[in-house]
Design a protein around this ligand. Structure first.
Ligand code: MN
Ligand code: MN
Length: 170
């Protein structure tokens, strides 16, 4: 069975790491084999959040060849521009992008699941995806997701914060 690796961007922030874990969990709850990885060393805030909610730190990967088998796929969360993607992305099989940033220069070989919304945080979109898929969010995952929304919207004060972010945080 092929595995789906979910990753955020280089210089990972709390949203990108928590989004990778939250989406990998949603994929697992819906019958896929998925694992979260991260594109570099975790910052202090992210470490605090993961430790607080009892998560082990996802594997830091600098080149996709370190983890990807020939049948494995990749989902990008919280980024889409090539300069932010883990090295070696040209040879990988991208199957999804979930993001809240401008669309950059990414290109794929095959069809891709894409979900982009102009909201303040990727975890806001992921909360909607859990709801749309009738999936319950486990308490510790919800903790990560709320932390990411608070972090990315600077406690709902950033100019990018929307009503949707507040609703999903609630
Ligand atoms: Mn980010
Ligand atoms: Mn973000």
């Amino acid at each position: 069975m092929s595995k789906i690796f979910v990753t955020g961007h280089k210089s990972p922030d709390t949203d990108s790491v928590c989004a990778a874990i939250a989406y990998a969990n949603l994929l697992k709850q819906t019958g896929h084999d998925a694992v979260a990885i991260c594109a570099g060393d975790l910052n202090k805030e992210t470490k605090y959040v993961l430790d607080h909610f009892g998560f082990t730190h996802p594997q830091a990967v600098s080149h996709f060849s370190q983890v990807l088998g020939p049948d494995d796929k990749v989902v990008l969360v919280d980024h889409n521009e090539s300069k932010q993607i883990i090295d070696g992305y040209k040879s990988m099989n991208m199957c999804g992008v979930i993001d809240h940033h401008r669309i950059g220069d990414f290109e794929t070989d095959g069809p891709v699941f894409i979900r982009m919304e102009p909201v303040g945080c990727t975890n806001t979109i992921l909360t909607k995806l859990y709801i749309e898929n009738n999936q319950e969010i486990p308490k510790n995952i919800a903790g990560l997701m709320l932390s990411a929304i608070i972090s990315d919207t600077v406690l709902f004060r950033s100019p990018t914060c929307t009503e949707t972010d507040k609703e999903m945080a609630h």
